[in-house]
Design a protein around this ligand. Structure first.
Ligand SMILES: *Cc1c(COP(=O)(O)O)cnc(C)c1O
Length: 323
């Protein structure tokens, strides 16, 4: 089955919420008095670092796989990712008893390969400098009858990612602004569907690493801009371009895309660790970094931040904080 040709709507987010409810965690919403004082706003954090497998990606993956036909379930799923989407698909597939094949680069971190295999996924390696992962995925799908679930450019994935913001608005009510990490745009576009339905006047910001501001440029130019893989510590947002489905929603619903530098991400990571006592991976720090940059404009407002994930090796975490 190829992706449904219809773009996702808020009804699809509601349906996704029902589909994932038996398996996904309803993650906590945290606040910090010290952050509020330093920013001068009332900030709420939706903590997807406490989601299953450590990031929001479980939501979209489980939603997509739970809709497979019996035949698709028997044949299996294939995806490409070296990061959280790989682990999300592997875990969701194990829970639903679906064979999973994950295409990963030869130089993917051993810990990520091990985590994916630990969830029962079959890892197929490719050379990231000579191979083309989308083509390998499509070829495997065609040869073995597998269903390809890409990391962000898929209506069921987008609808699943939108359930995190739905939970946030259900819990805290209206917000004046919401900050969302941006890679390929699955999380931001799904969040937009929930925000427009539940808090229509909320200003919506995508936040991407400064080294890879293709999302900001895409909004400006009105078409999807492609870039080389950006050099940044935010490995969950090292995408080269937005997805087609996400872009159509983002261009319509998102107020602005802003950026954060790697140094600002480390500062935010330190605040999460020392003040709030939570481990957040660099990409998960994009929202807080942007809120700190824009503090002057956010005074007295109710501000939401999606903390997208917490998967970072402890050695890397320690060395980033020491830098
Ligand atoms: C994948 C990911 C993102 C970016 O999500 P997109 O849907 O690709 O925009 C942000 N943070 C974390 C932790 C991720 O794993």
């Amino acid at each position: 089955m190829s992706p449904s040709p219809t773009p996702p709507t808020y009804d699809d987010v509601l349906s996704a919420a029902a589909h994932i409810a038996p398996q996904a965690h309803r993650t906590p919403v945290l606040r910090s008095r010290r952050v509020n004082e330093s920013v001068g706003a009332d900030v709420v954090f939706k903590c997807e670092n406490f989601q299953r497998m450590g990031a929001f990606k479980f939501r979209g993956a489980f939603n997509a796989l739970s809709r497979f036909t019996p035949e698709q379930r028997r044949s299996g799923v294939v995806t490409y990712s070296s990061g959280n989407h790989a682990q999300a698909i592997a875990l969701a597939a194990r829970l639903l008893d679906i064979p999973a094949t994950i295409i990963m680069p030869h130089d993917a971190p051993a810990s990520k390969v091990a985590a994916t295999e630990g969830y029962g996924g079959k890892v197929v390696r490719y050379d990231r400098y000579t191979g083309h992962r989308e083509e390998i995925g499509r070829a495997l799908a065609a040869d073995q009858g597998l269903t390809l679930i890409p990391p962000y450019d898929h209506p069921h994935v987008i609808a699943g990612q939108g359930t995190a913001a739905k939970e946030l608005f259900d819990e805290v009510g209206d917000l004046d602004a919401l900050f969302v990490p941006l890679g390929g745009g699955g999380l931001l576009s799904g969040t937009a569907l929930s925000a427009r339905a539940l808090s229509p006047d909320c200003a919506l910001y995508g936040v991407e690493p400064e080294a890879g501001d293709d999302g900001r440029r895409s909004l400006r130019e009105g078409s999807i801009v492609h870039i080389d893989t950006p050099r940044t510590i935010a490995d969950g947002a090292q995408t080269q371009h937005l997805g087609a489905y996400p872009f159509e929603i983002i261009r319509r619903e998102v107020d602005a895309v802003v950026t954060a530098t790697d140094a600002e991400l480390v500062d935010a990571m330190r605040i999460f660790g020392s003040t709030m006592k939570i481990v957040v991976e660099p990409t998960g720090c994009l929202g807080l970094a942007a809120v700190r940059n824009l503090a002057a404009e956010l005074g007295g407002k109710r501000v939401g931040v999606i903390v997208s994930g917490g998967n970072v090796d402890l050695e890397r975490y320690a060395s980033l904080l020491a830098s």
